[in-house]
Design a protein around this ligand. Structure first.
Ligand code: SAH
Length: 247
């Protein structure tokens, strides 16, 4: 087999936030596979490059398609937004390898890191991830809501800063509200909450509020929500979490 597969992330939006290593991998690929809007962020790099755009919900089918193309000798780049390993295609590729054709295990598969949404969102407001933090996806497409609640509760009790990916979509409008209700039962009402929409892109928007006042209607599929720890604070127009938390 001479084909290869590289999983890349376009970063949060701005072309400058796509790494040079990712750009080189995209330029070398004969085939690009990904969700249409992410592929649209990739400029046409070679006239002979094939683009295979798919719907966002069919990640495993897309992964199998990419692996089959690589196995047939193509140089394939699978494109995610942000970082490909954070709630994205890199894990889907390995899930497909694990369950699929044993020959796929010998393929040349590589993952290039990218700038994930929570890093771009944090940079918009200061340094809210300056202390210990965790990331939780609120999507229950692939896991039970009870698992999500258990993790939210544990993260709140341990006083982590919490980055919430996939806070809301048209199919799941109520979950962020349920998450806030749970967090309010553990964390102080004045805990800073940040809604950062389209972070790291030209049209980014920030809403800074508190847990008591957080309005879920601000969040959509392009929003990253950061819920502070007890030490997260505002200084001038910046929000940050100190690195230390001695008690
Ligand atoms: N692999 C991506 C995350 C995919 S999950 C990454 O590393 O960023 C999709 C979720 O990521 C969205 O619902 C949203 O919560 C978040 N997201 C992706 N890009 C974003 C951006 N530019 N600004 C804010 N949130 C973003």
């Amino acid at each position: 087999m001479t084909g290869s597969l590289v999983v890349v992330g376009t970063g949060p939006g701005k072309p400058e936030l796509m790494t040079p290593a990712t750009q080189a991998a995209l330029a070398a690929a004969t085939d690009l596979v990904g969700y249409g809007p992410y592929l649209d962020r990739v400029p046409m790099l070679r006239a002979d490059q094939c683009r295979h755009a798919s719907d966002n919900r069919v990640e495993l089918d897309r992964a199998r398609h990419a692996l089959a193309l690589a196995a047939s000798g193509r140089r394939v780049a699978v494109v995610s937004g942000g970082d490909p390993g954070v709630f994205a295609m890199a894990a889907a590729i390995f899930e497909a390898v694990e369950a699929g054709d044993p020959a796929w295990r010998t393929l040349d598969i590589r993952v290039e890191p990218g700038v994930t949404a929570m890093l771009a969102a944090a940079a918009e407001v200061g340094a809210p991830l300056g202390g210990d933090f965790c990331a939780i996806s609120l999507s229950d497409n692939l896991k039970d809501w009870t698992t999500i609640e258990r993790r939210l509760k544990a993260a709140a009790e341990a006083d982590f800063v919490i980055a919430l990916y996939n806070p809301a979509s048209k199919a799941r409008p109520h979950q962020l509200g349920e998450a806030f209700t749970l967090l309010r039962s553990i964390k102080a009402g004045e805990t800073p909450v940040l809604f950062v929409r389209a972070a790291g892109s030209a049209d980014s928007e920030v809403v800074a509020t508190t847990l008591a006042n957080a309005d879920t209607s601000v969040a959509d599929m392009r929003t990253l929500v950061i819920v502070g720890a007890s030490t997260t604070r505002q200084i001038g127009r910046w929000i940050y979490t100190p690195r230390g938390a001695k008690s």
